[in-house]
Design a protein around this ligand. Sequence first.
Ligand code: UD1
Ligand code: CA
Length: 460
Amino acid sequence: MSKATTTGLILAAGKGTRMKSDLPKCLHQVCGVPMVKLVADNMISAGVDRVIIVVGHGGEAIVEALGPSYLYAWQREQLGTGHAVQCALAELGEVEGTVVIACGDTPLISVDYFKEFLAEHNGTCTLSVAHLSDATGYGRVVVENGVATRIVEQKDASDEEKQIRYANAGMYCVDGASLREALKTLKSDNAQGEYYLTDIVSYLSESSRAVKAFISADPSILLGVNDRVQLAEANTILRRQINERHMRAGVTIVDPATTYIGPAVSIGQDSIIEPNTYLEGSTVVGAGSRIGPNCKFSDMRIGNDCYLFMSHGYEATVGNGCRIGPFANIRPKTVLEDGVRLGNFVEVNRSHLHAGVKVNHLTYIGDSEIGEETNIGAGTITCNYDGYKKSRTTIGKNVFVGSNSTLVAPVTIGDGALTAAGSVITDEIPAGGAGFGRARQVTKDGWAERRRQQHENTPE
Ligand code: UD1
Ligand code: CA
């Protein structure tokens, strides 16, 4: 491995006792993404050659949630942040070049900050420091002339040291060989009985290797999440940053305080996002679309000039010029082509609706293919499940499905055909044909009138 290599280590093995949670702390989400994934992705985007996540407590859950595209090292027993790095280095073997260390619970460190920090590093070790008005909870950094000489943890700090406003952000850039050497000297004779990574600073400093303090102008970037109050704080900050990015790029966000957009979402120019709207995961929204109020969409592709309101959807595709809602539910593997309309209380699942299809009221469409310009009447149900297996409904173009039709799959309706309102359709209807699947009406003259009189003449 060349000298220029940088290895990223993200510490995520701790239990996160202060979260009071069964979920490992680093899997708690900020803007819909596990904290540790935010840190890892930003580190990777900043150009770190390889990133290793150190897992331990709840490690299986972290590996399962993040998947095989990340590298992991194990700290089986959690004896402190220094011990976590020792474990990772023991697993990695020879590490040359620079090691960048960050914590999995500092989710706001941006790609730009990582880049600046890496660019700033030129000696043995650089430490990221936040200058805070109140540094309670953080390790306090003793800084002299831009050089960090020592870090003292909150629990070990004297009253005087607690006044220090330089907080350790838990991020280090350090020469691999010096790191290895410093780690060997760690002791656990402190308030928490742990091997603190922070102690490498005094060791390096005492052995004449200056630790540069990289003091942040925007300390919110370095927020460490230890409890759920800080989790909410991190959500608020990141949400605001994401919303501002979209607004600056030409998206109207009517009420940023109630608009929840994931970091990976993209939105085209002149789209309008109305209040109480969630756009999550890999959702892409085209230009000139209006979404909300009260929408929640995850991993969706939504085209240009659409209007979606008070609706929900995930893992589905919506073409251009579609009008969805209120109260539509678009489920996975659904494709709505251009100009489709879904109205109130319409659920579409694993179905392909071609251009101009209208499904305006109270309908379930599952495992179906519906041709261009077909109109699905109010209350139509595709019966795609017989209790054992799912079957398909195929409907041609320009079909008129009468209100309250029950389409029992597998079934096919040809182009230009119709079904009579209230029909139960079990057999194929050829193109241009009509399906009547209902009992013929019996009309009895005077029947209702006689019934009413009978009631009125009967004593209580
Ligand atoms: C740590 C720093 C503190 C700093 C703060 C920044 C130490 C001793 N203290 O404190 O100076 O101000 O971060 O946010 O380093 N972890 C492991 N294995 C362990 C223990 C922890 O992987 O055995 C991981 C945790 O999962 C977490 C990170 O290391 O992601 C930091 O641990 P945490 O317990 O949150 O440390 P802090 O008390 O916040
Ligand atoms: Ca922490």
